[in-house]
Design a protein around this ligand. Sequence first.
Ligand SMILES: NC(=O)c1ccc[n+]([C@@H]2O[C@H](COP(=O)([O-])OP(=O)(O)OC[C@H]3O[C@@H](n4cnc5c(N)ncnc54)[C@H](O)[C@@H]3O)[C@@H](O)[C@H]2O)c1
Ligand SMILES: N[C@H](CO)Cc1c[nH]c[nH+]1
Ligand SMILES: [Zn+2]
Length: 432
Amino acid sequence: MKTYINPEESSWPKVLERPQFNLQELNRKVGDILNDIQANGMEAIRRYTEQFDGVMVPELLVSSHEIDEAAAQIDIRLKEAIQQAADNIRTFHSIQHPEIRKTETTPGVVCWQKPVAIEKVGLYIPGGSAPLFSTVLMLAIPARIAGCREIVLCTPPDKSGKIHPAILYAAQLVGVTKIFKAGGVQAIGAMAYGIGPVPKVDKIFGPGNQYVMAAKQLVSLSHVAIDMPAGPSEVAVMADESAVPAFIASDLLSQAEHGPDSQVVLVTNSRKLVIEVEQALEEQLSQLSRAAIARRALENSVAIVLDSQADMIRLINEYAPEHLIISMKNYAEVAEKIINAGSVFLGNYTPESAGDYASGTNHTLPTHGWARSFSGVNLDSFMKKITFQEISRDGLLNLGPAIEIMAAAEELDAHKNAVTLRLKSIEDSGKQ
Ligand SMILES: NC(=O)c1ccc[n+]([C@@H]2O[C@H](COP(=O)([O-])OP(=O)(O)OC[C@H]3O[C@@H](n4cnc5c(N)ncnc54)[C@H](O)[C@@H]3O)[C@@H](O)[C@H]2O)c1
Ligand SMILES: N[C@H](CO)Cc1c[nH]c[nH+]1
Ligand SMILES: [Zn+2]
């Protein structure tokens, strides 16, 4: 981790720069694969699965036998943990149900908005370097609560053509309707276009590596909606002298171990803390199975010392981290001033892993600064809203003249006429 002491504000964008992809090259490569999939369907999907996942998969659809087999392989303690996490995720997302509220905007003019589930959703579950079965819970539980009719899941097969049993177990537990062995761009193309046994879905959800993220963005230009750009994981920690260096190191490493393109950031007003965190990082790294990945992510990462708390807050809002941990004495006060972050974790006893797995909040969150404008996945993500209105005769008498004047001013006679004809009929019926 590189350390910066009171960097000039003008240099913050450079200091906070995220690992860059060659976007043009990435989009060209991913675009070519998508075109091939559109043109050659299943043959292309099998070919790319062999090329990128190293396995030929004759049948994409996971059978009920494979699902039963997986359930038998899961340890009872893992099943209980998954159940506890699922219950909390269900509780937190259930309270997000929007109310239907009618309002009378003008006497006789009643308007309301009704949330309706998106019918067919596609969930992408990363599987390249770790089987993220927790992401199954994060996506399928709100999809079920929203009432989505078809919940399709794609995830890459391993070298023997199998899917990790915990992914299959979690998927059947929370009501995924079909599971397919497809990863990366192949999976996104299959769900966007509807290829072979994979149905075309209306919206694709889920995180993934740079290829998955680029594919989601490309198919969203013309074929399907997507949740948001959710790419390589990141965390920022704001800490003062009340923080525990070992806890901070563990939180930084928990996101660094996701992938070499992850980024972690420490912002503090204490130089001593930076030194202690660096020592703790070294101690903990030696015990991690994914130490090599985490070390590479730490090369993208920074510790920043800022003497003023107001500057710390401004810098974090500029960075807009996917996850933010606030380990400061006055964390509640600081949290109030955060305007750009995917998910915020308060105090010394709230590790970011809690949100990754089991506290109930969603871990599919905007990365790469997209937290400035996107929310993480929530119940609303699986719904669209239809507006309704009903206007009575009196209502049209009250509102009609304004519509006529506005339509005339926009020189749209037919629009005006749709009101004028009705007003005239009301007038005529009053004369009889
Ligand atoms: N933001 C979030 O909410 C969130 C949540 C969980 C995970 N993540 C991130 O998701 C990512 C998961 O990445 P992953 O790689 O482990 O799994 P992945 O499933 O996203 O990607 C694996 C797939 O990438 C494709 N691929 C690999 N090399 C390729 C190449 N050269 N060209 C084209 N396609 C290629 C393969 O088809 C493979 O199946 C990590 O970066 C992690 O940080 C983010
Ligand atoms: N931290 C990831 C989101 O950025 C989610 C995750 C899944 N499993 C562990 N962590
Ligand atoms: Zn994580």
